[in-house]
Design a protein around this ligand. Structure first.
Ligand code: PLP
Length: 343
């Protein structure tokens, strides 16, 4: 019996699969453009550069985030300026941003940390319109605020498709979302050496492309994202309702916000390290996101000498992440809760 072979395009870079994923993700987000890139960190750098950020500029951000947020700011040639977070939501305190603005401020980079949505509309109303908002939505696939998707509310929004993300590939990947055609064109140029055609470049660029295999995988996984986020929210609801209230203070969700619970992080004002040890003995994995305010990291500490932001410092001492993934079965959640409550 003869075999029927499907005709493969044999194109592995910047072809149909990427285009289809970019279109599907743009439509999911309600953004006009999505540009696939090699990883989230590159996406943040390219988004900042497209917004005009360069050498000597300042970018206001949170010190309570993953290291790549700040790596991208520095890579774009700018200086990160840190403002404290809100003790209850763990998000950058947008009420403090205006006071940090100087004539060198070119962008603000809010981070939807753990998938908890920042109120970007309110942030926009508090800062001058010349300042771009570049959302770090690397942890916020499917989160929303006031009915609008994270990553599609600011001037540009950036996602990571690192395998552990709520929408993850089988390797590295990232994307920039925007409804500004000029920014979209600029990011598209920069991700392929700044080339307009095979012989001409018009801006300085890099090689940062989302390959066809990752794009195909991500397009297949996208339809499952909302359902999986719903499962995460139901696990989070159980932790909130059933864990001993004398042990934990839970992350507050801003009004109108729908989080995706990329990770479930709570505060423990006492016994955090003992709890980590105890759960480890019971073979329940925990994690500390994040143990150190970014301004205490070695390459930044010199520039940030004397900076002390009380809320972030307390949070770094108190946070604990509990198991959270959509495949976590209800019976296992019951067991986890029971072990924790016997602490
Ligand atoms: C908040 C945040 N920003 C940026 C990134 C960078 O993404 P990537 O690892 O794809 O470069 C990550 C992912 O680790 C992240 O969690």
């Amino acid at each position: 019996m003869g075999r029927t072979w499907r005709r493969w395009s044999c194109r592995y870079i910047l072809a149909e699969e990427l285009q289809q994923f970019e279109d599907a993700f743009a439509s999911y987000l309600g953004a006009d453009h999505v540009i696939g890139v090699a990883n989230g960190t590159d996406g943040l750098t390219l988004a900042l550069q497209a917004a005009g950020v360069g050498s000597g500029d300042e970018v206001i951000t949170t010190p309570f985030t993953a290291i790549p947020t700040v790596a991208a700011i520095v890579d774009a040639g700018a200086r990160p300026v840190f403002v404290d977070i809100c003790a209850d939501t763990f998000l950058m305190d947008i009420g403090r941003v205006a006071a940090a603005v100087t004539e060198r401020t070119k962008a603000v980079m809010p981070v939807h940390i753990f998938g908890n949505p920042v109120d970007i509309r309110r942030l926009r109303s508090l800062i001058p319109s010349r300042i771009a908002i570049v959302e770090d939505a690397a942890q916020a696939h499917g989160s929303s605020s006031g009915g609008r998707m994270c990553g599609a509310m600011g001037d540009l929004g950036v996602f990571s498709f690192y395998p552990t993300k709520n929408l993850g590939g089988y390797g590295d990947g990232g994307a920039v979302a925007t409804s500004n055609a000029k920014y979209a064109r600029n990011v598209r140029l920069r991700r392929t050496y700044g080339m307009v055609d095979k012989d001409h470049m018009v801006v300085h660029g890099v090689n940062s492309r989302l390959d066809e295999l990752q794009a195909a995988i991500l397009r297949c996984k996208l339809p499952y994202l909302d359902r999986q986020n719903e499962v995460r929210r139901s696990i989070a609801a159980r932790y909130r309702a059933e864990l001993r209230s004398d042990l934990f203070t839970h992350q507050a969700i801003p009004p109108d916000g729908v989080p995706n619970y990329h990770v479930f992080v709570a505060r423990m004002t006492r016994d955090r390290d003992r709890m980590v040890e105890y759960l480890d003995k019971h073979r329940i994995q925990t994690n500390i996101y994040y143990p150190l305010p970014l301004y205490r990291q070695e390459p930044l500490a010199g520039d940030c000498r004397g900076l002390h932001l009380a809320n972030v410092e307390a949070l770094c001492r108190e946070v604990i992440a509990l198991p959270m993934y959509p495949e976590l079965e209800s019976a296992v959640v019951t067991q986890i809760i029971s072990v924790i409550n016997s602490f």
